[in-house]
Design a binder for this molecule. Structure first.
Ligand SMILES: [Ca+2]
Ligand SMILES: [Ca+2]
Length: 202
C-alpha cells in the first residue's frame, strides 16, 4: 500500500473504534433511594477529561443531601459537558480535569450507609482516575469509599447516568438524599494515544 492508502485505512479504523459499542460501568452500590436518569454521552468520538460535582454543604441539625449530581467535561472542540439526573439542592463546584489532555477511565463513590430513622445522604463524594493514574477527587463529609471500577483496557469514559431521589412531598418524611448512585459508560479509544494501555494500579 502507498502511504495515502495506509493513512485512509488508519483513519477509517479510528472512526469505527470511536463510535463502537459502549460498555456500562456500574458501582454495585444498589441504593434503595431514587430512580435513574437518562444516559448522557459526550459527542461521538470525544471522551470525558474531567468532572464537576453538585454538592450541598453540611446542614447541621437540618436535613442533609450531600452530593446532588455529577457533570462530565468532554474533550470535543465545543467543550461540551453532560449531566444526567440532578437533585434540587447544593451548587456546582470543584471542576477538576486530568493533566495533559488525558481521559477519565475509572471511578469510585463515597457512600453513607443507610441511617434508617436518622438523616440519610447516600452519595457524599466521587473520585475519578485519569489515564496515567492521576486521581481527581471530591471526598464529601460522610460514609466510606467503595471499590474502584475501571473501563476495559483501551477504553475511556464517554458517558454518565445518575440515580437521584426527588424532593419528598410527604409531611411526615422530610429526609431527602438526592444522588444515590452513578453508572458511567466506556468507549473504545483510538490506540495511537499514550494512555491507550491503561491498567488498574497494582
Ligand atoms: Ca443533618
Ligand atoms: Ca437527608
Amino acid at each position: 500500500m502507498n502511504s495515502l492508502v495506509e493513512l485512509a485505512v488508519i483513519l477509517l479504523t479510528i472512526g469505527t473504534l470511536t463510535t463502537g459499542e459502549r460498555t456500562a460501568l456500574e458501582s454495585n452500590v444498589n441504593s434503595m433511594f431514587g430512580s435513574w436518569g437518562d444516559e448522557q454521552h459526550c459527542p461521538d468520538g470525544s471522551f470525558a477529561i474531567g468532572f464537576m460535582i453538585k454538592q450541598e454543604g453540611p446542614q447541621g441539625r437540618g436535613d442533609d443531601t450531600a452530593t446532588n449530581g455529577v457533570r462530565l467535561l468532554c474533550d470535543d472542540n465545543d467543550h461540551t459537558s453532560v449531566t444526567s439526573k440532578v437533585g434540587d439542592w447544593g451548587n456546582w463546584i470543584a471542576a477538576e480535569t486530568c493533566g495533559n489532555g488525558r481521559r477519565l477511565w475509572g471511578f469510585k463513590l463515597k457512600v453513607e450507609e443507610n441511617q434508617v430513622f436518622r438523616d440519610d445522604t447516600a452519595v457524599n463524594g466521587v473520585s475519578f482516575i485519569c489515564g496515567g493514574g492521576e486521581i481527581l477527587e471530591y471526598p464529601g463529609n460522610w460514609g466510606h469509599w467503595r471499590d474502584w471500577h475501571y473501563c476495559p483496557v483501551g477504553h475511556g469514559i464517554c458517558g454518565i447516568k445518575t440515580k437521584v431521589e426527588g424532593k419528598k412531598i410527604m409531611i411526615f418524611n422530610t429526609d431527602n438524599v438526592a444522588m444515590s448512585d452513578m453508572t458511567v459508560y466506556c468507549c473504545p479509544m483510538a490506540c495511537l494515544r499514550s494512555d491507550c494501555g491503561n491498567q488498574p494500579p497494582a
